[in-house]
Design a protein around this ligand. Structure first.
Ligand SMILES: O=C1C[C@@](O)(C(=O)O)C[C@@H](O)[C@@H]1O
Length: 580
């Protein structure tokens, strides 16, 4: 079968896709050919579901030769028995052929139809079926694409699942994939049970197809399809490269978003996969376990050059013998970036414990593991939590900005952003660094003048920021709309005179009118002198404390870093604090 595909006539050029999602927001039109669904006996209903998902009418036709220009805009259903007769002679510039197959019926898909179709949709009549179908068709027709969005993210991770049967992973998949941008299925590690109680040496295509389907039904994340070879810490035999073509091409047909193609494979195979990848993206993979590979070498350079020929992402993974090789890799990475501004992104890490630093420093598709997985996919692999912990120790996580977003969320809890526009604010802090998040937050709300107590802003933070230098300068200021104290707990009482001075109760007799002080935020955490929050409230301020900003910061951290929405009220309760 593989040979047949390799010898097939020149690859038909697919109508150029406009590449799906642009910046994650705009859907493209994608492949505009007539969609023909091949359906199994008694399964014609699937055609109407495809049509419904695509928002088009449908009709059943007697074969591919009965499809013509007049069918543009209509989804065509063709029974598998008829499709077998003329699928090979279809006009590929007119029709995109999708072989649909219901795995519940206990039979594998027809091998000839699988091979001859452009794509293959495997399904079960489960509750997951429609969502899966819609993702499959939108992706394969190029109406959505994850890649454009993912390569612009500052950091991307994928979880390497190492289960012999993905069914064991399904119940934990959400937990396993927290923090991941993609899920890798290590096809070479799958173990297909045989009737005699043993396992097949490599899992059959129909078993693998079902496993991919099950995984896709349970995750929204793009799937990376990997057949790692025996020489590179995998189990896929290397004696027949065409077997790789057979599996990897089928993964494209199944709509896997990423296909891992090893660089040792013959160029002809890598080229064909690249040309026929449709909307899937190729990760060109190189692994070296010899321990002799060196980053500062012509070999490293030429591996990158060879990989980029047929790769949308270049992956280079090696074993090292000393810590300094991590620095050599960082230099290599920086040179590649510099010299290949339009080249494919490089994902490169060193294996083993010595290489863990490089796993934290790699920003493109970093492979991660999880404590719930049966084995790590490679020596030295770390979890997302471990990598984030290392990055945070090295000061590499955008803590300050996320904190600023937490402060901003606190400020806008009771007031819309427009309430802050052009109004005055006061920030108290012992240092510029501690005040930075508050300045960012206020700036993002278009605040007017910011007055500072206890520090002077410098550089980009200084614009529109003026220090209070004396009591007189305080008295010259109009009523500030917001006061933020970033003072440490031991000094947090120092804000109290200001809260009293600008008391809205005193001036208005209790009415908190427009133009009066509204919001006080105390960022101090820990035992302190005085009770600035109580003083603020007595003087007519709406007061927020550390519990509010930290709960909002947690909510925003989860949303930004991990992509999970957790309600603010839940975080407050979970941290043992009541709601207020
Ligand atoms: O290529 C890689 C990277 C990897 O080998 C690692 O070192 O983490 C793990 C593999 O599963 C994956 O396909």
């Amino acid at each position: 079968m593989a040979t047949k595909q390799l010898q097939a006539a020149p690859t038909p050029t697919r109508p150029r896709s406009t590449n799906g999602v642009i910046n994650g927001t705009q859907a493209g039109t994608g492949d505009t050919r007539i969609v023909a669904i091949v359906y199994g006996q008694g399964q014609e209903e699937i055609v109407s579901v495809f049509a419904d998902v695509l928002g088009k009418p449908y009709r059943l036709a007697s074969g591919f030769l009965a499809v013509g220009n007049e069918d543009y805009g209509t989804v065509i259903g063709i029974a598998a028995s008829n499709a077998k007769v003329d699928i090979e002679s279809r006009d590929e510039s007119l029709v995109v052929a999708i072989n649909s197959h219901c795995v519940n019926l206990g039979m594998p898909p027809d091998v000839d139809l699988s091979s001859a179709s452009d794509y293959e949709f495997l399904y079960t009549e489960s509750p997951f079926f429609r969502r899966d179908l819609s993702r499959f068709i939108a992706f394969t027709l190029g109406q959505i694409s994850h890649h454009e969005t993912l390569i612009t993210k500052p950091r991307t991770y994928f979880i390497s699942t190492t289960f012999p049967d993905v069914r064991t992973a399904l119940s934990n998949l959400d937990i396993l994939s927290v923090g991941s941008d993609a899920v890798e299925i290590r096809v070479d590690l799958l173990k297909e049970p045989l009737p005699d109680g043993t396992f097949s040496s490599i899992p059959s295509l129909s078993y693998v197809g079902e496993q991919v389907m099950l995984l896709r039904q349970r995750t929204e994340l793009p799937i990376i399809f990997t057949t790692r070879c025996t020489r590179e810490n995998g189990r896929f035999p290397m004696d027949n490269p065409e077997l790789y073509y057979q599996y990897l091409y089928r993964a494209i047909q199944w709509g896997c978003e990423y296909i891992d193609v090893e660089i040792w494979l013959p160029e002809e195979i890598r080229r064909k996969l690249f040309e026929k990848r449709g909307n899937s993206r190729i990760i060109s993979a190189f692994h070296d376990f010899s321990g002799t590979f060196k980053w500062p070498s012509p070999q490293a350079q030429s591996i990158f050059e060879e990989s980029r020929k047929y790769g949308d992402i270049v992956k280079m993974i090696t074993s090292i013998n000393s810590m300094s090789e991590n620095y050599e890799l960082e230099y290599f990475r920086s040179q590649i970036k510099l010299n290949n501004p339009d080249g494919p992104p490089l994902s490169a890490v060193n294996m083993g414990q010595l290489g863990q630093l490089s796993r934290a420093l790699n920003t493109v598709f970093s492979p991660i593991t999880h404590p719930l997985l049966p084995i790590v996919a490679a020596p030295g692999q770390m979890s997302a939590a471990e990598i984030n912990g290392a990055l945070s120790t090295m000061g590499q996580l955008p803590k300050k900005n996320i904190y600023a977003i937490g402060i901003r969320a606190t400020l806008t809890r009771d007031f819309a952003p427009s309430a802050y526009k052009d109004r005055a604010a006061i920030i108290l802090s012992s240092s510029r660094e501690d005040a930075a998040s508050a300045i960012f937050a206020l700036r993002s709300l278009n605040i007017g003048k910011i007055y500072t107590v206890g520090f002077k802003a410098h550089g980009p933070l200084a614009l529109g920021v003026e220090p209070f230098t004396s009591i007189e300068s305080v008295q010259r200021v109009d009523q500030p709309f917001v006061i933020i104290s970033a003072l440490p707990p031991g000094k947090s009482h120092l804000v109290q005179p200001l809260l009293r001075h600008f008391s809205t109760v005193k001036r208005t007799g209790g009415s908190n009118g427009v133009g009066m002080g509204k919001i006080f935020v105390d960022l101090a955490n820990g035992p302190r002198k005085g009770d600035p929050l109580a003083v603020a409230e007595q003087n007519g301020w709406t007061a927020y404390g550390f519990a509010d900003t930290s709960a909002f910061t947690t909510v925003e951290t989860l949303r930004l870093l991990v992509g999970q929405n957790v309600p603010y009220s839940f975080v407050r309760l979970a941290s043992g604090r009541g709601l207020c």
